[in-house]
Ligand binder design. Sequence first.
Ligand code: NAD
Length: 357
Amino acid sequence: MSRSILMLPGDGIGPEIVAEAEKVLHKINEKFSLGLHFQSALVGGAAIEETDSPLPDETLDMARKADAILLGAVGGPQWDKRPMASRPEKGLLGLRSNLQLFANLRPAILYPQLASASSLKPEVVSGLDIMIVRELTGGIYFGQPRGVRELESGERQGYNTYAYTESEIRRIGRVAFEAAQQRGKKLCSVDKANVLEVTVLWREIMEDLRREYPDVELSHMYVDNAAMQLVRAPKQFDVIVTGNMFGDILSDEAAMLTGSIGMLPSASLNSEKQGMYEPCHGSAPDIAGKGIANPLATILSGAMMLRYSLGEEKAAGAIEAAVSKVLDQGLRTADIMSADGRKVSTREMGDAVLAAL
Ligand code: NAD
């Protein structure tokens, strides 16, 4: 079976880290005879330079046809003065909305080898393994009406709309229950049902879904408490499901528990399990071209791609084990460097993962 993977390196450190992930994916493709076929295209600032659009039609067309997409990162200061509608980030948002990637999966895993990188005490975070499932295409970031209007008093008022339909809640709920089934079978739904009607409905639908997944233990938590619990006792969580805005904030908070943004992969899926996979970090223009970026988040995004879009659990596990092995060997890029580590470049880190495979 031939399956097509679209590589979108993007901007800044994007091309450097995607090159390392591609090396690893080529090797795993051979080793496990996966029948993967790779193509690449332009997105973000790189696409603006060539075509004046952050998401050229050709890229969107290739993305629609691909089984999965691996993206580096987009953006950089040279495009920051462009109008909002034609900035590099629009390329990313355009892909998410056109492919209807409504489910964002962000694991926060603390490798025991990097426990000292966290700002929390090692005993609080060591062994941390949380999956945050964030709704990505609805909620207050997309709700209409929105804008800034002038009131009769002459004062201006900014306003947004927080809305979710039952079906939007149900489909993200299912992704989260299924993720919990594959992991520790615990799901915490985060809302603000004491204040917001939208999330009263959210809670009701999650309760309703509970009956379809009797093996998963469902709990509910208000978002303010969840933010607090994540720093007090993060290991109590297995899978967290929440809406777009709460998920945006909580997933960054959870990411920082692990100490290095250079280690964290993510997946955005649609209902056909087609997905876009990318590191959680941005294009890091401050270190672009220096060969010092950490490629592991992108390599681990490749592992998530194998697991969630291609159903290749063994191959995914092999990449994750290889990453753990290079950390055991003490190899560290600058962002995760420790006193007893051996500093390596982006390429050396990619080569070490290849060797460990
Ligand atoms: P950033 O994540 O790019 O960088 C934040 C800090 O983390 C920087 O000091 C950077 O050097 C470091 N860093 C990030 N990734 C790293 C890696 N793999 N290895 C080592 N260090 C790493 O965030 P920012 O500086 O706020 O944004 C820079 C640009 O990226 C902006 O244009 C922003 O819009 C864009 N951005 C893109 C995405 C995306 O493509 N998904 C996400 C966030 C930001």
